[in-house]
Design a protein around this ligand. Structure first.
Ligand code: ATP
Length: 233
């Protein structure tokens, strides 16, 4: 579904991604792991059209999307659930969700909302509450729900477990597994490498803007280098 080839991105003179090649097959969950500053968010932002690449191609569902506008990329079926949640704090839960589905046909809006409330009953109970008043975990769910409102074929998840208590991390990962079973392909960026690799089918390890290792998740989980660097030995 997604094929990234020889992608390079820089912020002025500072390189952030260097010749990255990566693929996500239809129906799969692929994890991208790496330390702070490795370039994970940059990759997500570039696929979403928020950052322009210096070189390389991004093929989504058979069409090149590198350099396309963010709203065009959303319309094609790619949704970003950004790091740090980034919900609109002054809008209500419902208003945040509706914004996620802004380009969808109006007549399907209610059905899409119901689907999100079924996945996240806690959001359904708080429709009129301002998003800024939700707990961290609830805001994370709202960000996920908002991304799902665009009915993405590919969901880009940037650190969905960031700042969540362990129990909530489990809950969010269970949700992700369910959303994937219902047909959404996922590229998952995580510092929580164990949880990410347990969920994913395949993984890539990014270091200083380069992919230094890739393979089926089980193999990465058992890789001595990955264990030493990311899994606490
Ligand atoms: P983290 O897990 O800490 O979010 P990351 O792997 O997502 O890290 P990026 O945020 O993609 O990493 O950053 C990659 C590199 O690009 C870093 O060296 C960072 O300092 C740099 N960088 C990121 N955003 C910008 C920016 N807007 N301007 C300049 N440099 C940036």
């Amino acid at each position: 579904m997604l094929e990234i080839a020889n992608l390079s991105v820089a912020y002025g003179p500072i390189p952030a991604l260097d010749n990255v090649t990566l693929a996500v097959g239809t129906g799969r969950i692929v994890a991208l792991i790496g330390a702070n500053g490795a370039g994970k968010s940059t990759l997500m932002r570039t696929v979403s059209g928020l950052q322009r690449p210096q070189a390389g191609t991004i093929l989504f569902a058979g069409q090149y999307i590198q350099g396309a506008a963010p709203h065009d990329i959303v319309r094609r079926g790619v949704a970003l659930c950004p790091e740090g949640r980034r919900v609109f704090p002054h809008l209500t839960v419902r208003e945040n969700l509706v914004l996620g589905g802004y380009h969808r046909p109006k007549r399907e809006l209610e059905g899409d909302l119901v689907r999100v409330y079924q996945l996240f009953p806690r959001l359904g109970e708080r429709l009129r509450q301002r998003a800024g008043g939700l707990s961290g975990g609830e805001q994370q769910m709202l960000a996920l729900g908002r991304a799902l409102m665009s009915r993405p074929r590919l969901l880009l998840l940037d650190e969905p477990s960031l700042g969540l208590a362990p129990l909530l991390v489990q809950e969010v990962f269970k949700m992700l597994a369910q959303i994937n079973r219902e047909g959404t392909t996922m590229l998952l960026v995580e510092q929580n490498a164990v949880a990410a690799l347990r969920l994913a089918h395949y993984g890539y390890l990014l270091e200083n803007g380069r992919i230094i290792l890739e393979g089926p998740s089980n193999r990465l989980l058992n890789d001595p280098m990955v264990q030493a660097a990311y899994l606490g030995g």
